[in-house]
Design a protein around this ligand. Structure first.
Ligand code: SAH
Length: 338
């Protein structure tokens, strides 16, 4: 069976994705590849969801423009800095700033925020959606290190259905621009979207290699209230774990988070992911008042723990599965100089 895993061409990817009798073997093999290539250390990232304002209307997403049932917020730059400082004081070495897609912050505001956070010895990851080459460039010059922009799906037709008024080619161009500018590049897909084929998931995995991603986030689709897909099927956990495991085998050195969406569909989801190829955890460090409004999907795991308590409880759980915490910035091992 390992021969099949060692030759991940499109045909074999499809075969493995369709055959559930191989699942456990696949997860174990991906776990071994993870251990051999990126070791036992887990990178903890502090995730700050800075705003849920969004101009896009993605059919699956709870913060889509047309959802009038959520309270929209924009954190003030000072609040972002205060949250980042508390996270840094609690031991985090990477700050992730994520938001819906909007122009509610000016580029100047972002530059200021990035420069302030970079006064500390930490890495900054941005996940702010599609922007022009020039904007990505100024954010990079100000000190941003990494960027996450999921392709969501590489299936042209499905992409169009899921993302009204958006363009797959534009998203691909954004990823290429980010790579050109020297960002560590994160992308990924949603697994289980309505009308998504196994064939297209194989293409997604091959795309991750082609674009030379340094980080891949794979999550199951979760039907979400007040969206057009609220009644779609939510049985996507295993398949998303398989896509993640295959990604680890194809791209042995990259960083792969155990995603929050996995935990939302399965009570042990993150641990299962960490044992099937993942080596990163992104922990939400927002105040509860913001956390509860960044509702990209239902059942998002929320807690009111302090940043320090949450971090310590995660470290404890990681020790239980014999995994340690990485104490440096946790750059991707895809580059020789890091
Ligand atoms: N605006 C940013 C960040 C979006 S939110 C951007 O465009 O990159 C982060 C991720 O949540 C999205 O990329 C999407 O993959 C995921 N997501 C949104 N709704 C979801 C749902 N219903 N189920 C699973 N994942 C979802």
């Amino acid at each position: 069976m390992q021969d099949l895993f060692k030759n991940l061409n499109k045909e074999n990817l499809i075969k493995i994705l369709k055959d559930n009798s191989l699942n456990q073997e696949l997860f174990n093999y991906a776990n071994k590849i993870r251990k051999d290539n990126v070791g036992n250390e887990v990178h903890l990232r502090a995730l700050i969801e800075i705003s849920n304002i969004c101009k896009n209307n993605c059919l699956y997403c709870g913060i889509r423009r047309d959802n009038e049932n959520i309270i929209r917020y924009k954190m003030l730059p000072q609040e972002i800095l205060d949250t980042a400082k508390t996270a840094i004081n609690s031991g985090y070495k990477t700050i992730v700033l994520q938001s819906g897609e909007s122009n509610c912050y000016s580029t100047e505001e972002f530059l200021e925020i990035i420069k302030e956070i970079k006064k500390y010895d930490v890495a900054i990851t941005l996940s702010l959606g599609e922007k022009s080459f020039e904007e990505y460039q100024s954010l990079k010059i100000a000190g941003a290190d990494r960027f996450l922009l999921r392709i969501e799906t590489t299936d042209k037709k499905l992409y169009k259905q899921m993302h009204p008024n958006m363009d797959l080619q534009n998203r691909i161009n954004c990823l290429k621009n980010l790579k050109k500018l020297g960002y560590e590049l994160g992308t990924g897909c949603i697994v289980g979207l309505l009308n998504q084929s196994i064939d297209s998931l194989a293409d997604d995995i091959l795309f991750f290699k082609e674009i030379e991603a340094d980080m891949i986030g794979v999550g199951p689709f979760i039907p979400t209230k007040n969206t057009p897909l609220e009644n779609a099927s939510s049985n996507n956990f295993e398949l998303s774990l398989k896509v993640m495991a295959l990604t680890r085998i194809l791209l042995p050195k990259i960083n792969i988070p155990a995603t929050t969406a996995m935990e939302s569909l399965h009570k042990n989801g993150k641990i299962l992911a960490l044992n099937s190829g993942a080596n990163v955890l992104m922990l939400n460090v927002n105040d509860f008042k913001y956390k509860q409004n960044y509702k990209i999907y239902n059942n998002k795991i929320l807690n009111e723990n302090s940043i320090m308590d949450e971090r310590n409880s995660v470290i404890q759980k990681l020790h239980e599965i014999n995994r340690s915490i990485c104490n440096d910035k946790g750059n991707s091992k895809t580059k020789k100089d890091t």
